[in-house]
Ligand binder design. Structure first.
Ligand code: 13P
Length: 249
């Protein structure tokens, strides 16, 4: 049986004191319900937040990882470096990376592989823009995003990965996908993987992301193929984030 997972993506928000205050609030208020929980924090705070969360069940994650192993790649952070800080997860292919920094499907696949090479679980983000949804390209886009990773890393790699479906039009907009809209895409993803490996598909954690709030999390997480959430804005409020965590089934 799949465990639910709730991951906070803090993005590029706040300063050091905000990060430590937030981590401390989450640690203090956390009540384990059997689901998994993680925070993907700005990398400059890995060390401090990692120490603060040590001994708790709250896992540390990165918001990205380099596509290369090491070398002259100014500004990039390698999977080996993430490993130094016990990062459990690395988000790859977030739509903000894809659209603002031109992370292509192939580059995302290489980042995914780098993450796995260090035993770090990649959280592979996929999702369509509003324009793509309106022109009925949602499933084509999802196929392309997943196929690039399947081609490079193989279906077996998904046994050690997490997928997050984040419709771009729902991120930071307050426009959440309806439960049925999200479920439809989650089921599509699971069925696609099942055609390659039924066992891996059944065990795959597929998170929903895009304007998840305490008020809509319970209904989303109740859908059969939604195994938790990747939370942006609401993860910056400790109480809201923990309330979303408690909405897991
Ligand atoms: P919001 O929850 O702010 O819409 O962001 C979702 C997201 O991008 C998480 O990665």
């Amino acid at each position: 049986m799949r465990k639910a997972l709730v991951v906070g993506n803090w993005k590029m928000n706040g300063v050091r004191s905000d990060a430590t205050d937030l981590a401390a609030a989450i640690k203090t208020g956390f009540e384990d319900n059997g689901a998994e929980i993680a925070v993907c924090v700005p990398s400059v705070y890995f060390s401090e937040i990692g120490s603060l969360l040590a001994g708790s069940s709250i896992l540390l994650g990165s918001q990205n990882v380099a596509e290369h192993d090491s070398g002259a790649y100014t500004g990039e952070i390698s999977a080996k470096m993430l490993n130094d800080f016990n990062c459990h997860f690395a988000i790859v292919g977030h739509s903000e990376r894809r659209s603002y920094y031109n992370d292509s499907n192939e580059s995302v696949a290489r980042r995914y592989n780098q993450s796995l090479s260090q035993g770090i679980t990649p959280i592979l983000c996929v999702g369509e823009t509003l324009e793509q949804r309106e022109s009925n390209e949602t499933f084509t886009v999802i196929d392309q995003q997943l196929d690039a990773v399947i081609d490079l890393a193989g279906i077996e790699s998904f046994a050690k990965a997490v997928i997050a479906y984040e419709p771009v039009w729902a991120i930071g907009t307050g426009k959440v996908a309806t439960d049925d809209q999200a479920q439809e895409v989650h089921a599509y993803i699971r069925n696609k993987l099942a055609q390659l490996d039924a066992g891996i598909a059944e065990n795959m954690q597929i998170l929903y992301g895009g304007s998840v709030k305490p008020g809509n999390a319970t209904a989303l997480f109740a859908m059969p193929d939604i195994d938790g959430g990747l939370i942006g804005g609401a993860s910056l409020d400790g109480d809201a984030f923990l309330s979303i965590y408690q909405s897991t089934k």
